[in-house]
Ligand binder design. Structure first.
Ligand code: TRP
Length: 449
């Protein structure tokens, strides 16, 4: 127990949920989810996604929290403590690497949110039609160093919060603002769904065409599920280690999954009706979200102000996510390699900046930073989300199901018998059999064209 007092921790129940939900809710919901859905057949993707989130998301999240709180350590250290002298810490190393890669390209798009705050303050969307919006968007990409500058600022902001440690850093920022984002999304959703021609967007989003479910759709939904819930790389192992012994892990996992999925769904309801109404191709990828949203605000009373608030909140949502990515790396560097927390933060941020700038610069239209049909940015996204996260998730459920053992799992989930946890047996069954099998099957179906 002496150990526990030494480590930083989350203060209140709301603090944990806010921090874990803050990690989960981010650009993955508002930016990546609509892109993936648009590229993978619409409602068919949504259906698979929802199944993934419920049947894999909850058990994997609970597994991570259990490992973290049981191990009282960072992603690597937790495995070292729970399975000494074994190969299991490799799972943690993969996680740290993966967190680093995700932070590198995620900070590119996080940087855009800052550019878009400036654009909205200077009223530069006003009265623009789609062609003009698209032109602006690609002009911005061609200013490679401007992207890098925003990215650097964003990485600096993340570093600043992580620098100050868990208790006063993460918790305080996460608590208040996400509900405000939810309210704005609801308002936007109502406006979007009542635009002329919006119905086609709702059909695209909600009426599944089952013939569209292919191996690629399955693996994209799996990757998106893990990405959106921050699973598979130890972010929630690290956060789990900060959770107090008397907090309820199962209900935390349920709350986080529910709120994250709600925000993603809302983002879909905001984007697709409007995109169809304005004639934006659902497969437009990066432009889909960044062009559609300002155009909805153009159609709204008070749109100028809403637009500013929206992009500020989006930046904050991204920040609470990048904090969790950086935290994984910093907790590892400081606890395992005994680098002082402050130096570990500086080191990780500088390294991310170096690698991340390649991701940003690879988005220029005449870039040479592309190979095999993908830009560096896309490669980082693809390798981390569609390969490393599911692989990490697979190893994590195998660890909890087969190595950690039933009694340890039940002990964590019930807080040593103090909680009832009626679902614990079903969840353990999923962790042992269903989840590993499903992840493997989806993986293989994604490999076969
Ligand atoms: N879940 C975040 C989002 O949706 C991104 C994120 C933060 C993440 N931490 C992570 C993704 C850890 C994978 C793993 O925006």
């Amino acid at each position: 127990m002496e150990e526990k007092n030494k480590r930083d921790g989350f203060g209140s129940k709301l603090g944990i949920i806010a921090a874990a939900a803050g990690s989960a809710i981010g650009l993955g919901n508002i930016y990546r989810f609509p892109c993936e859905l648009g590229n993978n057949g619409g409602a068919a993707f949504l259906l698979v996604y929802l199944i993934v989130v419920v049947f894999l998301g909850i058990p994997v999240m609970l597994s991570e929290l259990v490992i973290g709180r049981r191990g009282q350590s960072n992603a690597v250290g937790a495995f070292k403590k729970l399975a000494p002298k074994s190969a299991w810490p490799i799972v943690g190393y993969i996680g740290v690497l993966c967190g680093f890669i995700i932070f590198a390209f995620y900070s590119t798009i996080s940087g855009w949110t800052l550019e878009y705050i400036v654009k909205s303050v200077s009223n530069s969307f006003q009265g623009k039609d789609l062609a003009a919006m698209e032109q602006d968007f690609s002009n911005f990409h061609d200013m490679g160093w401007r992207n890098v500058m925003w990215q650097a600022i964003f990485i600096f902001l993340t570093g600043f919060v992580v620098f100050k440690g868990v208790q006063n850093g993460i918790e305080r920022y996460a608590k208040i603002l996400m509900p405000v984002l939810l309210v704005i999304l609801v308002i936007l959703g109502v406006r979007s769904a009542t635009l002329p021609g919006a119905k086609d967007g709702l059909v695209f989003l909600f009426k599944p065409d089952f013939s569209k479910i292919t191996g690629k759709v399955l693996i994209s939904a799996l990757g998106q599920g893990f990405f959106s819930l921050s699973l598979g790389m130890g972010a929630l192992i690290t956060y789990g280690s900060y959770i107090k012994k008397d907090d309820n892990l199962t209900s935390t996992a349920f709350s986080v999954v529910l709120s994250d999925t709600l925000i993603a769904l809302l983002a879909g309801i905001v984007i697709f009706p409007a995109a169809f109404s304005f004639g934006i191709n659902p497969q437009a990828g990066m432009g889909l979200v960044f062009n559609t949203i300002p155009m909805i605000f153009n159609q709204m009373m008070g749109g100028y102000w809403f637009c500013i608030i929206f992009f500020v909140l989006l930046a904050i949502a991204a920040l609470t996510s990048t904090i969790s990515l950086l935290e994984v790396v910093v907790a590892y560097l400081s606890e395992e390699l005994h680098i002082k927390r402050q130096w570990a933060t500086v080191l990780a941020c500088v390294a991310t900046m170096l690698i991340g700038s390649f991701a940003s610069l690879s988005l220029k239209s005449n870039t040479s930073l592309a190979f095999g049909g993908r830009t560096v940015f896309d490669w980082m996204d693809f390798i981390s989300s569609n390969i490393l996260l599911p692989l990490g998730g697979l190893l994590i459920v195998l660890f909890v199901g087969w190595r950690l053992g039933k009694s340890h799992f039940f002990d964590e989930v019930t807080n040593s018998g103090k909680l009832k946890s009626p679902l614990k047996r079903i969840i353990l069954f999923i962790i042992r059999y269903l989840a590993p099998l499903a992840i493997i099957v989806i993986f293989i179906s994604g490999l076969i064209k």
